[in-house]
Structure formats: C-alpha cells, structure tokens
Design a protein around this ligand. Sequence first.
Ligand SMILES: N[C@@H](CCC(=O)N[C@@H](CS)C(=O)NCC(=O)O)C(=O)O
Length: 217
Amino acid sequence: MTTDDRITLYYSPQTRATGARVLLEELGAPYDLHVLNMKAGEQRQPAYLAVNPLGKVPAIGHRGELVTEQVAIFIYLGDLFPQARLTPALDDARRGPYLRWIAYYGSAFEPALIDKFRQIPPAPPRQSPYSDYDTMLGALEARLSAGPYLLGRSMTAADILWGVALSWTMTFGLVPKKDVFVRYSERITSRPIFQRITAADAEMAAQHAAACGKAPG
Ligand SMILES: N[C@@H](CCC(=O)N[C@@H](CS)C(=O)NCC(=O)O)C(=O)O
C-alpha cells in the first residue's frame, strides 16, 4: 500500500461509523477521517449527499471508489489487510460462517432493531427479513454461547462489528444485557483501541455540540 492508497473514512462520532474506525485501527490501516458534524446536519448537505446519497456514515473512499454500508466496509477492509489475520482466507472453511454472520448483522439484526426501536410489530414471519425479534436474537445467542468469538477461538472483523454493535444496542436497551452478550461485547470494548476511540469520540461529540451551541449527547 502506497501513501496515495490511503483510505478516507467519512465519519461522525458515536455513530455506526465508530465500529469502522475501530476496525481500521485494529487492522493497522492508513486512513484519514473526513468528519461530519451531524449535530449541524452536515450529512444532509449537498457536499456529502454527493458522496453518499443516503446521507449516512460510515462510508469509505479508496482508490477512487466509494464503499458504503457497514457490512460491505467490514468485508472490504478485512480482505484488504489479510496480514492482520482478521479475515478467514477464501479457502478457509470458516469463510462461509464469517460472511454469514457479517451479512446477518445487516439483513436480520438491523431491520429487527429498527422495528423494535420504533415499537413496530414485525411483518408476519414469512415476510419479515428476520422472522421475529426473539428468534433472530436467539440464533445469535446460540452462536455466541459456543464462543469465545463468532468463529471460535480467534477474533475476526465480524467480532468487531458485533462487539461494538452489541455494546451500543445494550446501552440503548434494544438488546437485553444477558451475560453472553455482555461478556462477548466486552472482549472487544475492553481492547485499548476501542477505549481510545471511545474517548476521542466523546471529545469530538462535545466539540460538535459546542459548535452548534447544544449540550453534548
Ligand atoms: N445502512 C447503513 C446505515 C448507517 C446509519 O444508519 N448511519 C447513521 C449513523 S448511526 C447515519 O449516518 N445517520 C445520519 C442521518 O440519517 O442523518 C450502514 O449499515 O452502514
């Protein structure tokens, strides 16, 4: 990777972009932040909508291309840095479950989470992308019970995605604080990189709030 091969992470603190930043750090990737003050609505300004029409972070720019969606970003970055050993290789039997659990995050967990947050009953199980909330979470719980990581003994990029996500979803009361989720999430959030990014996020969020004359949070 050359110096002009750096990754740009479109970022806002204390959002879904935090996990992507933690992953970049865990991978030892060279990256620059393009920070958006969401409290000031910068993600909805034309300049950013020209990058991501959905006005969402994370997004990454790399080699003149754009990648949006956490799921795609995690797979892309993990594969880009195989030397970090956070991704099973294409010929590794664990590659299938690795992709399964990353995709599960985007196509089952997130839709279930939003319905729960909005207190909307799910579509009937045969139409819902996640069956029902308890079944969706139960499958994850069963997988994590074997532990310590999703694929067994070694941590992968999938664990960073899930460990960070379970941390904030438990904080918001969207996922119950069962031992299995708490212990699993702590394996990621107790790592120095997560701690450092969390502290940096708090500082950045306070600066954003001050710039808008708002209280942080
Ligand atoms: N489908 C996207 C969702 C990302 C997302 O919801 N990002 C939120 C931050 S946590 C966002 O950018 N919200 C800004 C807005 O909608 O104004 C992904 O998985 O990456």
